[in-house]
Design a protein around this ligand. Sequence first.
Ligand SMILES: NC(=O)c1ccc[n+]([C@@H]2O[C@H](COP(=O)([O-])OP(=O)(O)OC[C@H]3O[C@@H](n4cnc5c(N)ncnc54)[C@H](O)[C@@H]3O)[C@@H](O)[C@H]2O)c1
Length: 343
Amino acid sequence: MAVFNHVSYDDHQEVVFCHDKASGLKAIIAVHNTNLGPAFGGCRMWHYQNDDDALNDVLRLSRGMTYKNALAGLHMGGGKSVIIADPKSTDREALFRAFGRFVHTLGGLYYSAEDVGVSTKDIMFAHQETPYVAGLEGKSGDPSPFTALGTYLGIKAANKHQNGTDNLAGLKISVQGVGHVGYHLCKYLHKEGAELIVTDIDQVALDRVANEFNALVVAPQDIYHQDVDIYSPCALGATINDTTLPLLKAKIIAGCANNQLAELRHGEQLKSMGILYAPDYVINAGGIINVSFENDYDAERSRRKVENIYQTLESIFQQADAQNRTTNAVADEMARAIIEAAR
Ligand SMILES: NC(=O)c1ccc[n+]([C@@H]2O[C@H](COP(=O)([O-])OP(=O)(O)OC[C@H]3O[C@@H](n4cnc5c(N)ncnc54)[C@H](O)[C@@H]3O)[C@@H](O)[C@H]2O)c1
């Protein structure tokens, strides 16, 4: 398994492989860049098919965090961690305490929080071993509702740019993944009068949004075929790829999932198809913005900063049009300028 020659290796500062025999923990922590401050980024727990899939994920996710934190105006670098395990595994305390001990060895270079498959309760276990975790109960807490707020506002900004209005009433929106963020996003969209088509691999999560928000449920493989105005990826990454692109009917892609484009060239393809893409790390920054208030928590200040996502996206969309470039290329360039200036 190559690391320095890995296709997703991007001059990462530090990559740590963690194994604790007693708890069975197998994890990778990747610190991408700390020009702007200590690396912040959640911990994902997933049943990766092999170690290379996990490494690829953590390298891509940590790079995304550097760019996300820079464009959100935070004094935080980018990092991420993955735990290779079934996200439904039960002995969480031993696992997350072992994880916390590894985070602690980095001495504050990396701060962890929740991500897919990980809850605030898990992070509380890690906190028993290290102060270098955030999103704690009693402090900034679960970041997901703030990620959902930013994503909702980002969807509105995208609709304004594409269709001249940010009102979503009557629009058909497909949401792929109705977990922590997807659930709260559906709540906002339903409240505004959007028609929801949802999918998930978790029946309990699906039943909840179907009942509460009158959402139409489709099978996971059918989500790409839906005749919708907006497709909102809110599960895992790389769902915009060679297989799914020809199926999409939506003219806007705006969701909270990280690393939505399987490859950069898919951004070019979206542009040529006239599909407006809200760069993932810009639209989904609400959670990390909330986490940035951890030590002096003020929900109202956090909310106001999350609301800036609307204007940041507007500016990216306008620049992309003016320069005839993809929205993701414009966002990357803006982020890189901030990261370089901080060096
Ligand atoms: N939680 C946050 O604050 C936050 C912040 C930024 C980005 N994100 C990103 O948003 C996405 C969702 O995060 P979350 O915290 O809601 O995670 P979550 O684990 O709570 O929810 C993800 C949902 O996706 C479902 N899912 C997995 N594979 C699927 C598939 N093939 N088809 C349909 N559904 C599938 C899962 O069953 C789950 O319900 C992730 O990509 C995450 O990295 C989350």
